[in-house]
Design a binder for this molecule. Structure first.
Ligand code: NIG
Ligand code: FE
Length: 423
């Protein structure tokens, strides 16, 4: 049976213009173009949005018998006057890993940097040890649980990186586990991050060779990932190694999304733009010239404010710089052992409460914009609400759309529809 979502407050459709493309600058806060007033409803058929129109018109056309909130002709969802936003899109997560690194906070508070903690055996390599010993079945269950957490916070599309295996066997195990997580609440798109760190017992050159001649061919042949990622940062992968890995991956059909300029500006963003990466993430320290270059090359700058937040660092000026210059940007959670949030509303709260970003701009940065980096791997464009689009929709607990990022620590979501079904 078709589904009528009625009694809606504001609907943030975000679907003005070409929905597969990102928005920037003042386009991101254009309420007239991006938000419908209350009084509209959405008719959903077989998981697809069939019609968005005035409530009266939709009732007349599809539920002429409608009375007392009921109809025998369509299923009804009453939004109780609450605002509606698209399903959220998290384009950067390290979904699968096991272990506990909460002891690192004390080290940080005693003045050790991320790099120093890593040199002392903490950081990524600590998580690699625990993740290598986990079975695939355990990882799949963990993934299911984590997807539920993301879903409770309104996420309906999520990118998931490997990267805590750092060996042929363990990286493949992580990617296979991702592919076995049921996609009944959320689309899940895998990225291969074998180049997250260097494993013990191998030289850097030996491992880069393993990445290119052993891991990559298996990932590509078995279609285990759509993208390659590299942690391009002094102390980890340098520009040359990053370029080598990305170019080899490109030849085998993988696009790239890269970790760059997280702690210092090493021209990582400029390299991502030159390589035509789908996205460049962190970008906290990237220079202005690189940002302009990224925009021109359609490389999305993805800010991860949860990470500087948990590392006790400044959230930076990059997001505001992008808004002022009409450069595309997105926000994502960067869920990882240090930054354990799968809540985009929380991340957007950092951007709005701490950096003065408009809640509507933050919403575009958590939906349509990140979707533009993932849509190529999905049947339909996600991240906005439009006729013919997937019925991935969140009903908020408030009549105001701005509520979506104003409940840090609690979910602002009343109900979520994924592909037209209630989650
Ligand atoms: O994006 N910086 C590289 N990777 C992750 C963190 C990895 C970790 O500390 O386990 C990130 O923040
Ligand atoms: Fe990350």
């Amino acid at each position: 049976m078709d589904l009528l979502l009625y009694n809606a407050g504001e609907i943030a459709t975000l679907s003005h213009g070409e929905v597969s493309k990102p928005l920037s600058g003042i386009e991101m806060v254009d309420r007239e173009k991006l938000v419908l007033d209350s009084g509209n409803a959405i008719l959903i058929s077989k998981g697809i949005i069939r019609k968005i129109s005035s409530q009266e018109e939709l009732i007349q056309e599809f539920a002429p018998d409608f009375s007392d909130g009921k109809s025998n002709l369509v299923d009804i969802i009453d939004a109780h006057g609450n605002a509606i936003i698209p399903g959220l899109v998290d384009c950067h997560t390290h979904l699968l890993w096991t272990g506990d690194r909460s002891n690192e906070m004390n080290m940080r508070q005693n003045g050790l940097s991320y790099q120093e903690i890593s040199i002392r055996g903490g950081g990524i390599s600590r998580t690699v040890e625990s993740t290598r010993s986990a079975t695939k079945k355990y990882l799949v269950n963990l993934g299911k649980h984590r997807i539920s957490q993301a879903s409770m916070n309104g996420t309906t599309t999520l990118e998931a990186k490997s990267g805590y295996g750092l060996s042929v066997e363990s990286e493949i195990k992580l990617l296979e586990a991702s592919s076995e997580i049921p996609q009944d609440k959320c689309n899940l798109l895998p990225t291969w991050l074998g180049a997250h760190d260097f494993p013990k017992g191998k030289s850097k050159d030996e491992y880069v060779e393993e990445l290119i001649s052993e891991q990559l061919p298996l990932v590509a042949e078995n279609k285990l990932a759509n993208w390659v990622d590299v942690f391009c940062e002094p102390g980890w992968y340098d520009l040359e190694q990053t370029e080598l890995i990305v170019k080899a991956s490109k030849e085998l059909g993988l696009k790239s999304r890269l970790h760059v300029d997280e702690f210092v500006d090493s021209n990582g963003l400029a390299l991502a733009a030159e390589l035509g990466s789908s996205s460049a993430d962190h970008v906290g320290f990237s220079n202005t010239e690189s940002r302009a270059k990224a925009h021109e090359s359609n490389t999305m700058q993805v800010f991860l404010p949860g990470t500087p937040y948990v590392l006790g660092k400044n959230l930076g000026d990059g997001i505001n710089e992008c808004i002022e210059n009409n450069w595309n940007f997105s926000l994502a959670t960067d869920f990882n052992p240090n930054c354990q949030t799968l809540s985009l509303p929380f991340v957007a709260s950092l951007a709005t409460h701490r950096l003065g970003i408009d809640p509507l701009a933050a919403l575009v940065a958590c939906t349509r914009n990140p979707a533009s980096t993932l849509n190529s791997e999905l049947k339909l464009n996600v991240g906005s609400i439009y006729e013919g689009g997937p019925a991935d929709i969140n009903i908020l607990k408030s009549e105001y759309l701005d509520y979506w990022c104003q409940t840090p620590g609690l979910s602002p979501i009343e109900k979520t529809l994924f592909s037209g079904s209630l989650v």
